[in-house]
Ligand binder design. Structure first.
Ligand code: SF4
Length: 431
């Protein structure tokens, strides 16, 4: 175990939260959420050797602008796993979110990678290993990881099929989202992929990934298409193309808008196991302000109705709309609408979780990453305090037990030291 050094800054703040939530929220969850909120810096020395480099994904998730991230001599790892250290942490997987201003840095000490907080080593670090299937060439010569990179510590082959979102064209984009800016910054470097990845390439790539013993499921995600019927047709085409080759060798997750109920059966028959119609935020006013495109084109009530209908098709535990945890506290002079107090934010979101759970829907979370080129990033909003996440997850567990529901089934196993979900700590909670 690393030697303990006294400090008066971020470490003390974290440790006082460890005390406050002892026996209720694992330390691992608090550290993970803090890293996700603040991002991570990496010393150049730490970025040596072979590891899985961060791949193109829906959003950048980086607190730094792409121009800053591009200045790195080497791409940072997809995910890190922290363990041990001064708090004796169980292994905890965390998505890399690049921030040169973060108090967290991955550096090298005595030849070993460590997580430093305010310059003090607090945990040991491993980088995600390069999956065995990486480097395999698709029929057009492209590396498979450009189309189906691995996330969840190698367990999920992820496909961002549509790399922009049509809501941006009508000023209706979700205010936390940087999908189109991500494509502008990084998409052009992915030659031969384009805005909509050809279905044949996706089928090939997922098929190759599925041969890897570590890959347990695949995910099809991407931006929205304003015409709901066209969107359904578009994403259904990917599932069908993949399943023609895969024949259900591994399960499929699908991230789309809330699809028209009459189309859901086709997705189920085509091979979708887990469905994520992402509602993002519960409060009705905040939903209309934060996701104006979704609100205008589908509407919150209809979104919720379709989500409930989906349980009849996919089953209990298999419908998990995402909430971007924390956006209900977004606040600045340019956006003076978010909740100011943690208890009010948690009360609102918990009301939504309870309503959905009472109807057999099992919501999930991703921790909000405040990207500078999202609407919120430009509006200078502030993220929530760490306590918000602790309070929200305590409430989530309480409701999950009360309604006798499983963990969202498409996310793998849950529990501290076990969960592979990289962008949230709620799956690292004690059962
Ligand atoms: S629907 Fe919202 S979150 Fe999803 S890609 Fe479009 S703008 Fe981004």
């Amino acid at each position: 175990m690393m030697e303990r050094v006294r400090d008066e800054g971020n470490i003390s703040r974290l440790e006082s939260l460890f005390d406050r939530y002892r026996g209720i929220v694992p330390k691992e969850v608090l550290v993970k959420e803090d890293v996700l909120l603040k991002g991570l810096n990496f010393s150049e020395e730490a970025l040596k050797g072979e590891y899985q480099e961060k791949a193109y994904y829906l959003f950048t998730f980086d607190p730094d602008k792409p121009e800053v991230v591009k200045r790195r001599a080497r791409i940072v790892p997809q995910e890190i796993r922290i363990s041990g250290g001064i708090w004796g942490l169980r292994p905890t997987i965390i998505q890399s979110r690049h921030s040169s201003n973060s108090p967290y840095t991955v550096g090298l000490m005595d030849g070993k990678k460590v997580l430093l907080l305010d310059g003090i080593p607090v945990a040991e670090v491993e980088f995600a290993r390069r999956p065995v299937y990486y480097g395999t060439r698709l029929s057009n010569g492209m590396a498979v990881e450009e189309v189906a990179p691995a996330i969840y510590w190698g367990e999920t082959a992820d496909v961002t099929a549509f790399r922009i979102c049509e809501y941006w064209g009508i000023g209706g984009q979700c205010k936390f989202c940087d999908i189109n800016e991500n494509f502008k910054a990084w998409g052009g470097l992915r030659e031969g992929v384009g805005v909509a990845v050809p279905k044949g390439l996706v089928a090939e790539a997922v098929s190759i990934a599925s041969e890897d013993q570590g890959v347990k499921r695949y995910l099809i995600t991407g931006g929205s298409i304003m015409d709901g019927k066209k969107e359904a047709q578009f994403y259904l085409g990917y599932i069908q193309a993949v399943e023609e080759r895969l024949s259900r060798r591994i399960p499929a997750r699908l991230n789309t808008q809330a699809l028209p109920p009459e189309t859901l059966g086709k997705f189920y028959e085509a091979g979708v196991d887990y469905y994520h119609p992402n509602l993002e935020v519960w409060d009705p006013k905040l939903f209309s302000l934060i996701s104006p495109g979704k609100d205008r084109l589908i509407g919150r009530n209809e979104w919720i109705r379709r989500t409930l209908e989906a349980v009849k098709v996919f089953g209990v535990g298999n419908v998990s709309p995402n909430f971007v945890a924390g956006i209900e506290m977004a606040y600045s002079d340019n956006f003076p609408y978010g909740f100011r107090r943690v208890e009010d934010a948690v009360k609102s979101t918990a009301e939504g979780i309870e309503f959905l759970m009472s109807k057999d829907v099992v919501p999930k979370f991703d921790t909000w990453g405040l990207e500078p080129l999202s609407w919120f990033g430009r509006a200078g909003v502030t993220p929530p305090p760490l306590e918000y996440y602790a309070e929200l997850y305590v409430k989530y567990l309480e409701l999950k037990v009360r309604y006798g529901l499983p963990w969202p089934k498409g996310l793998g196993e849950a529990g501290p030291g076990i969960s592979k979900a990289p962008a949230t700590g709620f799956m690292d909670m004690d059962k």
